[in-house]
Design a protein around this ligand. Structure first.
Ligand SMILES: Cc1cc2nc3c(=O)[nH]c(=O)nc-3n(C[C@H](O)[C@H](O)[C@H](O)COP(=O)(O)OP(=O)(O)OC[C@H]3O[C@@H](n4cnc5c(N)ncnc54)[C@H](O)[C@@H]3O)c2cc1C
Length: 393
């Protein structure tokens, strides 16, 4: 991925204004999310299982290969559209949102920018058509300190032989293709880290325990087990020893996606509380007539608007070829704070009902927590932001 600092022509268009194509796309995704995902959200959350038929629908609608060029079967769209899709879907179900997000902003992103032409031909058409992807960096001993990873890759003949375990891998249960980071030389530190394209069917690969989580319960989070897993050397992604660069650059884009997930979540929570405030009567009138409640809703809406501008700005900066690293980190940091605050206040507006499983705000509140943890905790975003403010790269 290139981060060229050539500014695009200045535009007087308001940041949150969508053009005709973007509006149509957004409306279609919104309608699909409300009609097709909405009715299944509660059951999927309770069971902790995502409906396989819905994943099929994501592919049919072109939502899983938004930026993949048409020549490889994708939609040939922009990053901004992927962000709109994640936002609209997350408004209905943040679990569904992260499935679409990981596919587009991490897996396809890595494949689009770092593959050879042969790898493009082998992988991009299936990612657009029917194969779910996962992004496997974290391990039990390496989370924030991601490049302390221990999974080992040793070249034996024409294959790399991988041994180790990956933890917390989103889409792990359903994915067919994994962008997986391992080290070819533990003594070399981050310079040994190498990215591989690993298929579920490769010998020695298996999916381990699936986590039972607080939130985004329908999105699978799994351990991956590599026991003498043979990966053809043609499946090295980018160069050997450059995996750290691939990981950093893909996660920079991914963070805007998580910002969009949190933005959608906050909007969903706000709308549910707003509607309830008009229906619920106390002291002989609807609670939305009390200034105390009105001020809460106004404050929440203002914070959502600020998060939306940050998400859209970072995404549009990315599409314009500008350096967006600081803005991406700020976006994820802020949008996840807004999501948590808004979901919490939304729950309170529902009163006692808010504390029950019957209330949508209860789920948004649980789902919001992950925004401050994955793809770099809030502390790691603050570290990146401060480093960049100090003039670092
Ligand atoms: C639901 C879920 C889905 C996930 N999906 C994926 C995925 O698809 N792929 C993947 O690779 N990973 C995934 N992860 C892993 C996730 O990215 C890590 O959990 C995250 O990066 C934090 O790492 P950790 O859990 O090891 O926490 P730690 O790194 O152990 O952090 C613990 C605490 O210490 C703080 N801390 C650590 N170092 C510092 C420091 N230098 N300065 C200040 N504070 C610090 C952190 O902010 C945090 O509060 C997922 C995790 C979850 C829970």
């Amino acid at each position: 991925m290139s981060q060229v600092s050539t500014p695009a022509a200045p535009s007087s268009q308001p940041l949150v204004m969508l053009n005709e194509d973007e509006t149509l796309f957004r409306d279609n995704v919104r309608q699909f999310a409300e009609q097709s995902i909405g009715p299944k959200v509660r059951e999927m959350d309770e069971k902790g299982v995502f409906d396989a038929a819905l994943i099929g629908r994501f592919f049919e609608l072109g939502l899983m290969g938004i930026e993949i060029p048409e020549q490889y079967g994708g939609a040939g769209g922009k990053f901004f559209e992927a962000i709109l899709a994640v936002e609209e879907i997350s408004k209905v179900d943040p679990s569904a949102g992260v499935i679409v997000d990981v596919q587009n902003t991490l897996v396809n992103n890595a494949l689009l920018h770092w593959t050879t032409e042969d790898q493009k031909r082998r992988y991009l058409p299936q990612m657009a058509a029917n194969t779910l992807g996962a992004y496997a960096l974290s391990e039990a001993g390496s989370g924030s300190d991601a490049f302390a990873l221990q999974t080992r890759a040793q070249l034996k003949g024409n294959d790399y032989v991988l041994n180790g375990r990956k933890l917390w891998i989103t889409n792990g249960k359903e994915a067919g293709v994994f962008i997986l980071l391992a080290t070819v030389d533990p003594a070399a530190g981050y310079k040994g880290v190498t990215a591989f394209i690993v298929e579920k069917a490769f010998p020695g690969f298996s999916v381990g325990k699936k986590e039972d989580k607080l939130g985004i319960r329908a999105s699978s989070t799994c351990e991956l087990i590599l026991e003498d897993c043979r990966v053809p050397k043609e499946n090295v992604l980018g160069e050997v020893g450059k995996g750290y660069k691939i990981a950093i650059e893909t996660l920079n884009e991914g963070r805007i996606g998580i910002g969009a997930q949190m933005l959608g979540l906050a909007r969903g929570a706000w709308e549910s509380a707003f509607k309830y405030s008009q229906q619920r009567k106390q002291f002989g009138k609807s609670i939305s007539e009390f200034q105390g409640v009105q001020f809460q809703l106004a404050q929440m809406a203002t914070e959502i608007e600020a998060a939306r501008m940050m998400v859209y700005n970072a995404a549009r900066m990315k599409d314009a070829g500008l350096n967006f690293v600081k803005e991406a980190a700020m976006t994820k940091l802020f949008a996840s704070q807004v999501a948590e605050r808004v979901a919490s206040l939304a729950l309170e507006i529902f009163g006692g009902v808010g504390f029950t499983k019957d209330c949508p705000a209860e789920k948004y509140y649980r789902d919001a927590k992950i925004g401050k943890i994955y793809e770099g905790t809030s502390n790691m975003q603050l570290q990146t932001i401060f480093k960049l403010l100090m003039g670092g790269k």
